[in-house]
Write a protein that binds this ligand. Sequence first.
Ligand code: UGA
Length: 442
Amino acid sequence: MRVAILGGGFVGVATALFYADGGHRVTLVEPNPVRADLLASGRAPFREPGVDARLRRDVERLRLHVDRRLPLDVSFQAYVICVGTPAGPRGLDLRAVRLASTQVGRHLHHHAGRPLVFLKSTVPPGTLEEEVVPRIERASGRRADVGFHAVSNPEFLREGAALRDTFRPDRVVVGARKPSTRRRAARHFQRLRCPIVETDPRTAEFVKYAANAFLALKISYANEMARLASAVGVDVYEVMHAVGLDPRIGTQFLRAGAGFGGSCFPKDVRGLAALARRMRRPSRLAEAVLAINDSQGNYVLDLAERAVGGLEGRRVALLGLSFKPDTDDVRETRALPLYRGLRERGARVTVWDPVATANFQALVGEKIRAAPSLREAVRGADLALIQTEWRQIRSLRAADLKRWMRRAIVVDGRRTLDPEALERAGVAYFGVGWRREPRRRA
Ligand code: UGA
């Protein structure tokens, strides 16, 4: 097949690798010249394990071609819309999806076959039928289900595990009006040997929102339990492990911490809450998930404040800036409210991250003090506050912390270190959901 992918971001690149791997000839359309040039040289414009090597291979084998616009002289059997849907003031911003739909429509005007058009971007339910299909019909002069076939095909990729999630997914969802289109779309994914859910477009779109809301719900649940666990003197990690062994619950995504960040959970849960309000069925659950997540930063700051007996004038090492390990992505990172809160409370903050410092600097806007190494970050500090569970932070040794810090106190926002080992070495340990809380200030 010849396949056109619109959007050279995270999802578009993963999708391009998937089709190229299946022996198809892929054109990846990325209008941004800097990103397009990078991609054409076999490098992704983001950090993702394993992606560059595959990109380079597929570009060299001529299976993958990068273009800044859809080439008019080629007929594609499939078009895949993977453009971004950032958070806008009133829900998701769908402008790029609308533009891509019109571009595909114009292209279809000259087309001989009856191709499939997939929509992979995360969108509110109803978008394929209300926004995408009418635009393609208008621009192409063709009717849906006759001159082309539209399919909703949400993605479930995690940053840092994009290749695994692309080539070994737990399930694929294809949503189309006609059962024959669903079957035709499902054939694209047969080689993955995973369950393929064939349904209507609205259901497929809803699945994505509902899945992310549930995962975010598990995290907010663990975070709420964490506060309670500390108050009654038990370790929430021990509790969640035992709770999760019930297969109806499951042990994953119950790690209490500084809250969830990233380009997906905050945006999608807000999107779901906005949709529910629009439909006059407010989602108390989605609102609560967000409220707990928003207040988690203050909870961690209070732990910090109490641990050192007031933050005014204290030297604090904020460790880990990306929204999770193995990425330089700082979108919605919990490091931002922590950094701002520390500064507002008068702390002198030094940050450390192996790869995300420049992105964080741009996010904060003001000059930040960044240490070149973990050791430099904690040297002379009154408090180490852990925000991302980077491998380097996990392997910090208790004796070193004791030696390097001015006052050896750790507040662990991701439960990365071993509390008992630290306390044996004379380091005061406090963490989200740990069984001992710092004393309340008088
Ligand atoms: C998430 C979902 O995991 C993917 O399935 C989904 O496809 C993707 O969003 C998307 O909608 O495109 P991602 O945002 O890459 O993927 O990252 P996660 O690994 O899910 O982590 C999100 C946030 O939750 C991170 O800040 C992480 O630290 C936090 N988290 C995760 C917790 O606080 N506790 C946990 O137990 C798990």
